[in-house]
Design a binder for this molecule. Structure first.
Ligand SMILES: [Mg+2]
Length: 128
């Protein structure tokens, strides 16, 4: 269902696993989000810096070429204000303090449930 708060918002999905990426695309498409995709950390940096109108980045941590922490740091050098939410696997739950201390605004735990993701995105947009 289209979401009045998320409709037209521009979100970059950073995910190297194709089925996970398609799943996230489907959820956000239904909500009316304008979606960009990146499959590794370097691509995430490039897309983020080339799209100053981005509203949110949904960043996987474990990525090829450059991991999510390194990509975050490179993006933060230029975009301190951008909402960047980490995607973390359940087994890596102990990393949540590290994630928040690193400069991510928030995190979602995989497997990501549609309703949780939508709520998390709205909460972070309202917090700005
Ligand atoms: Mg990954």
């Amino acid at each position: 269902m289209e979401n009045e708060f998320l409709k037209g918002k521009k979100i970059l999905i950073v995910e190297d696993d194709l089925s996970s990426r398609l799943y996230l695309n489907k959820i956000l498409e239904k909500a009316g989000v304008v979606i960009l995709n990146a499959g590794d950390g370097q691509e995430a940096v490039d897309v983020a810096l080339n799209n100053p109108d981005l509203d949110i980045i949904l960043m996987d941590i474990q990525l090829p070429v450059m991991d999510g922490y390194t990509a975050l740091n490179k993006i933060r050098e230029v975009r301190q204000d951008l909402i960047i939410i980490a995607q973390t696997a359940y087994g890596l739950l102990g990393d949540k303090e590290k994630i928040l201390n690193s400069g991510f605004n928030d995190y979602v735990i995989k497997p990501i449930l549609s309703q949780n993701l939508i709520e998390k995105l709205i909460t972070n947009l309202k917090r700005k």
